[in-house]
Design a protein around this ligand. Structure first.
Ligand code: DGY
Length: 345
């Protein structure tokens, strides 16, 4: 046999997807053998001379890794839609292609975003704990026990405004799911450098039968949202966009949901906002500093905060879709074909 380009894969992708790699006998597959995050030292040892690498969000694709790989590296492919763990400018400088997995996880994350909005509004964290701790008998049915703000419109709250910090694919899919709840108005903020899209917005408002859909500044976003979804990329430019100042402007009955990256929300500020009643509750699938979040974390301790361990895309169907697309991106680049989903560097 002749020379076989090496591909390094940092996680076993399961029985539905691994055959796509195993059947490529023209490639030298180097697979992290354990069912846990790949050791950085293993990656650095195995990357030299590789033509491709397939990573998870748990692996940094940085200058050190790219230098260790050397000039043979043609492609890095991540099994995620987020890519703040990859240094795009270092990849670009070296002419290395970069693949990611948009679209295939949009529905799963939108589903979970709605779930968290409902859970946070209806005090799910607190009441589930109560039952599990055998405290239900001490809190029998009472007229206003455990009441929270209703997500759907009612005769006494006929206007419901949903807000989005970031208005990409997942935000728009979340909005579509909320229309049957009677949402009347939508406000959103986008990256200030992005162009306004009035005709798209008009079409979306019409399609969903909304009274209004407006792009606003973050001030208005905080003030007007009954439920606010944080759905923007991570990284330094979006760090702590939701801080004390922002939270102070929100409605006392409002719900904050974060299903993007923990770094967008200042955890200490949110803890204070919940303790002091600036907002009603929060539903978080991501927390700054994850996965090192323990029971004594400022937000885990808050009864009005539901914290989940980053499971937004965790459906069987979606994870197979993401893994498949990550492999397709890797193989397309190695074969000199167009990648199904790549970032232009
Ligand atoms: C992503 O794809 O970026 C998610 O955070 C992991 O599913």
């Amino acid at each position: 046999a002749g020379f076989r380009p090496k591909v390094v894969v940092t996680r076993n992708l399961g029985p539905d997807v691994m055959p796509l790699l195993y059947e490529r006998s023209d490639l030298d597959l180097v697979l992290w053998p354990e069912d846990r995050v790949a050791d950085r030292s293993w990656l650095l040892e195995n990357i030299p001379g590789a033509a491709g690498v397939l990573v998870m969000i748990t692996e940094k694709v940085d200058k050190e890794l790219l230098e260790a790989a050397g000039p043979s590296l043609k492609v890095a492919s991540t099994m995620s839609v987020g890519y703040e763990h990859a240094d795009l400018s270092e990849l670009g400088k070296r002419g290395i292609k970069f693949g990611y997995t948009p679209d295939v996880l949009t529905d799963a994350v939108a589903d979970l975003s709605v779930m968290l909005a409902l859970m946070a509004g209806r005090n799910a964290g607190q009441v589930i704990t109560l039952v599990q701790d055998s405290k239900w008998p001490a809190s029998p049915w009472a007229p206003f026990a455990f009441c929270g703000p209703q997500l759907s419109t009612t005769p006494i709250s006929a206007k419901r405004t949903v807000g989005f910090l970031g208005f990409g694919r997942i935000s728009q899919a979340t909005l579509a799911r909320l229309v049957p709840f009677g949402i009347t108005d939508c406000v959103y903020s986008s990256n200030p450098t992005s162009q306004p899209t009035p005709s798209r917005d008009e079409a979306l408002a019409k399609k969903h039968g909304l009274k209004s859909l407006r792009r606003v500044n973050v001030d208005e976003l905080a003030r007007e949202s009954d439920v606010l979804f944080v759905l923007a990329p991570g990284g330094p430019t979006t760090r702590h966009l939701v801080n004390e100042e922002f939270l102070k402007k929100m409605k006392k009955t409002s719900i904050l949901v974060n299903t993007s990256r923990g770094t967008l929300v200042d955890s200490d500020a949110l803890g204070k906002a919940l303790r002091e009643g600036w907002i009603w509750g929060a539903g978080l699938d991501v927390v700054e500093g994850e996965p090192h979040i323990a029971a004594d974390h400022v937000l885990v301790k808050e009864p009005r905060c539901v914290v989940l361990p980053h499971i937004g895309s965790a459906t069987l169907e979606t994870r197979v879709g993401m893994a498949t697309l990550a492999v397709q991106n890797l193989l397309a680049a190695l074969d000199g074909k167009e990648m199904p989903a790549s970032i232009d560097l």
